[in-house]
Design a protein around this ligand. Sequence first.
Ligand SMILES: [Ca+2]
Ligand SMILES: [Ca+2]
Ligand SMILES: [Ca+2]
Ligand SMILES: [Ca+2]
Length: 590
Amino acid sequence: MTPLSSLTFPFRCAATASAVLLVAQFAPVLAAQECDPQAGIQFVEKAQALGVNFQHRAHHSSMSYPLEVMGSGVALFDFDNDGRLDIFLANGAAFPDPNPEKTAPHKVGPEDWNHLFHQKPDGSFEDVTEKAGLAGEGYAMGVAVGDYDNDGYEDLFVAGFPHSHLYHNNGNGTFTDVTAQAGLANDTNWSTSAAWVDLDQDGRLDLVVLRYFKWNFDDRYCPTPDGKRSYCDPKIFPAIAPLVYHNDGNGHFTEVAAKTGMGKPGKGLGISIGDYDRDGKIDLFIANDGMDEFLYHNKGNGLFEETGVSANVATDDNGRDFAGMGTVFTDMNNDGLPDIVVDNLAQQTFSLYLNRGDGSFNYASPSSGLTRLTMIHSGWGLAAFDAANNDEKDLIVTRGHVNVDIQKDNPQLNYLEPPMLLRFDGHSFEQSSTCLGAIAKEAFAGRGLAIGDIDNDGRVDVVMTANDGRAYLLHNESSVPRHWISIQLTGQKSNRDGIGAEIHVVSAKTSQWATISTTGSYQSSGDKRAHFGLGSDTAIRSIEIRWPSSLQETVTPPAVDRFYTVTEGKGITSVSCGNSPCPAALHEAH
Ligand SMILES: [Ca+2]
Ligand SMILES: [Ca+2]
Ligand SMILES: [Ca+2]
Ligand SMILES: [Ca+2]
């Protein structure tokens, strides 16, 4: 049999006997895709109904340039502080086909623009791209949201090719491109995903920008078995270091990848943050394509060491690398230790690494059922969230292969795939994609994905993107009444977003942890609020917060089903019931 290692190429072209056998072996499982009515999970797709009319333009060419199949991302954030999440969508750009002169991609008109959709009080969206000044330049890929100057307004970093852009939020509905004055104009080549995180705990968000590989528009002919030009295996392109920008505090950044120990060349597509060894210093996971994954352990003072191999997260349990794309760094089984999930191309299976608590992880894809559920699927956008508010973390994934012709050579695989929902009970996954509603039957080239409670009803919603396709907004309409709580942090000594803070929520029957983060998934940026499903519990016993400044703070909210803001050192400073007024009685929720 062909060794599986030969199948781990993202842009693989040929079918093999082993792949077909594997597919046949797992075929019966795929029939069982019913949504368990007990869970009460239900999503309804509403993008166009709510005015989120976005079409991604990939500019697929005759030359199979890899750039054209990898984007783009989405961000869910409240840019105008009106309490309602808004949506930013990154878009492609045009270039000559073929492009021997290596002309940089250029947005020729509104159809190539990035778009900002403002959520109105009635829950529908209006396109405010022009007013905001966010149409963008070049081929945009990833999006990262963070208030880097701690002025209370979320700023926006847009990664792409051949340059990335930093947009400062002016606080009046407009943004200013500050890339050059911030010292980020040297960010050339192909940037994919980025993360805002305070690496050295000085109270200011730093910026980690992943790059895919060293690439330009050179003609690379990588044929399929029948001689047709196809996408080249990323293994033929040289790895490249990420860009790590220290926030100097005056609107300027300094590139410090080598100085911080994070200068190891990679092929980065996804990044997520979590304090895996619980030492109070935030660590980073980087999903690389077709090589070892990286885990950067924070040694303090802004210095890092790469511990992927010793921590057992560099490969699968047979030492095989994979096409790491989306990633989450979240406590999946409520034991207080952040776990790691990575999604990959078909025939590689997705990866679940459960934190052992000793600085290493256990590869749990086979034992959790994730192997059999993902064997023939390709994943990109990825998030863990409690879809049913029942104290369990579920996984949602956007899917689709990179190779348009994959089905021709490999009948069991698909270029276009519907998104997937997997329920997780802390031990094993259960196929629950039909809970996503009609979209569970709609195949598209899924890429970006971000989660957040878009309509502030206590149920977490989802936005998805498609390469050369439209945007999708999955409204969570799960029907079984369960309780929840949402926490937004406002840092004082810590960064204002509270990114990197850990929150531990305890109720009668639940004990849950979350790390405040906008990064993770694939090229996307999610709601910075931490949402906790509480099942039937109607009271919170305590909430412990460990701020990035190291301050430990305990608060006890008086009621569930509320949005709380906790300000560093000051406890609860605001409470809201979302879009409706709070009921008069505090413990009415039963
Ligand atoms: Ca808003
Ligand atoms: Ca700001
Ligand atoms: Ca740590
Ligand atoms: Ca919602």
